[in-house]
Design a protein around this ligand. Structure first.
Ligand code: ALA
Length: 520
């Protein structure tokens, strides 16, 4: 029976299908677009060590927890948490809302990347990539000043069509279901991405001046590291990058068979993701080193940081390479597109599976309703001159508050409120995995991870309350920053009241057994 047309929950065809999909989810714009600019803004070398510490103390422990929760309960995020205790369903809906907000702006950056594949041919940004990106392409300079600075609702056709195209691709993959859609697209895109990306990084590090950039990336800056902001950025980034703490890995692990080596799979995914991230850092900083040499300035002064980094640095680099740079640009932006599509698919799978599980509706209905609705809002908001501001504000609030709080709540639930679960989960995972989890994992989850997240959250929120965010008007930060957080809260409170039609879609356990007997 086709999954798209039935209510039987699908499985991955094999563990490799899951690993491809999980790597495809983790490796995304976060690695290639976000990591380099966050690292650049936080002093390059000063960011690397906090990032690695955040990975080990928070990212990986939570990755294993997400896998276990999804695998053990075999349900979408809200219904998996509900299995732990009824009230915890809200945590899952919070994560669903976080995914919807990520989906809104993620598609926009993806569409920029797709446009830049085209702009690379003939280097359409000409002499001034910064002006081209901000003013000619995104038209941010057309926004009016004043308290509503930044809000425009006029559709710009060259932003509109690429974003529509990205949504069509993503929704088609989702409509095809778990095996034929998500698994197959990842099996094609991920190997392609790896090959293209390696070619790109090798080319970048061979540029003259690349070593200066790499020095800036790899030399720890102890003084900058004493700033708590660098640590906040690292903890704010790690969950987004690994796709943990906002329902994705719970959902993907719920499509696994019963006997699967969870910890080894988790390590493969974690390692692949961080390798990609470091490679992206190497590629971008090598390019920055090259540009620093061309411009005769230090690496830290080459460009303005921020969300435009990838869209400004690479065009500048491409221009410096002459006409041969066209293919280099095409390669880089194609990598962004491939990586981004597989991640956006995973982001949207969270609300889709949650709605299917909860209401018993057909997958197709959920894809068209939830996915189509998100696509519509995303297209209308992000085809305007406000796109850059909205990406920046929503990304900052949703990552640093939405994702971090969702992650923290799931850890507090399991490690503090329902402490017996931690031993139960350890037994569950160790019974099927080659690498055993033990006291270190438990202590990280009980003490180190929650405490570091609480500190990160309190500091981020007090900073945002007192200083606002960036140069944006208070009205915009309130509406789109705090407004997004408020929407997540409302979703977490109200969505558990959606009618739960267990019987219509069949008993989850019995469909699970059908899948297992079929696949194992
Ligand atoms: N993990 C995905 C990314 O890095 C969301 O882009």
């Amino acid at each position: 029976m086709s999954a798209a047309g039935s209510n039987v929950r699908e499985n991955w065809s094999a563990r490799s299908g899951f690993i491809f999909a999980a790597v495809g989810s983790a490796v995304g714009l976060g690695n290639i677009w976000r990591f380099p600019y966050v690292a650049y803004e936080n002093g390059g070398g000063a960011f690397l060590l906090p990032y690695l510490i955040a990975l080990v103390t928070a990212g990986l422990p939570l990755l294993f927890l997400d896998y276990i929760v999804g695998h053990k309960y075999r349900r979408s995020a809200p219904l998996s948490y509900q299995q732990i205790t009824a009230k915890a369903e809200s945590i899952g809906w919070w994560q669903v809302m976080v995914c919807l907000f990520i989906g809104l702006y993620y598609a926009s950056v993806l569409a920029w990347a797709a446009s830049y594949v085209y702009f690379s041919f003939g280097q359409k940004w000409q002499a001034d990539p910064e002006n081209f990106f901000t003013n000619q392409y995104l038209q941010s300079n057309t926004l009016q000043s004043g308290s509503s600075a930044g809000l425009s609702l006029d559709i710009i056709p060259h932003l509109f069509f690429p974003i529509v195209a990205m949504w069509l691709i993503v929704l088609t993959i989702l409509l095809l279901g778990i095996k034929r859609g998500i698994e197959w697209s990842n099996k094609i895109f991920i190997p392609l991405l790896m090959v293209l990306f390696l070619i790109l990084v090798v080319t970048a590090v061979r540029l003259p001046g690349a070593m200066t950039g790499l020095d800036a990336f790899f030399t720890p800056n102890w003084q900058a590291m004493s700033s708590y902001k660098v640590w906040l950025a690292a903890y704010g980034h790690i969950f987004f990058s690994l796709s943990v703490g906002f329902g994705i890995m719970v959902t993907y692990a719920s499509y696994l068979g019963k006997k699967v080596n969870l910890t080894a799979s988790g390590l493969v995914v974690g390692l692949a993701n961080s390798s990609f991230e470091l490679l992206a850092g190497i590629g971008v900083f090598a390019a920055l080193g090259f540009m620093a040499q061309v411009q005769g300035v230090p690496v830290s002064d080459v460009v303005k940081g921020g969300i435009g980094l990838a869209f400004i640095v690479f065009p500048k680099l491409i221009s410096s390479l002459g006409s041969g740079g066209d293919w280099f640009g095409c390669l880089f932006f194609s990598c962004l597109v491939f990586a981004g599509i597989t991640s956006l698919v995973s982001v949207m799978e969270v609300p889709i599976s949650a709605i299917v599980d909860k209401t018993g509706c057909q997958r197709k209905t959920a894809v068209l309703g939830v996915g189509g609705g998100t696509a519509l809002v995303s297209t209308l908001l992000f085809s305007t001159a406000s796109a850059m501001m909205l990406v920046d504000i929503i990304d900052h609030f949703i990552n640093n508050i939405g994702v971090v709080l969702g992650a923290l709540l799931s850890i507090v639930l399991v490690a503090w409120l329902m402490r017996s679960k931690l031993s139960e989960y350890t037994r569950h995972v160790n019974a099927i995995s080659s690498i055993k989890l033990g006291k270190v994992w438990q202590i990280l989850l009980m003490v180190v991870t929650p405490l570091s997240l609480i500190v990160a959250l309190v500091l981020t929120m007090s900073e945002l309350f007192s200083a606002g965010y960036g140069d944006y008007s208070r009205a915009m930060v309130m509406t789109f920053g705090w407004g997004s957080v408020l929407c997540c809260l409302l979703g977490a409170i109200l969505l558990p009241y959606l009618p739960h039609q267990k019987n219509k879609r069949g008993d989850a356990k019995s469909t699970t057994s059908i899948r297992e007997s079929h696949h194992e």
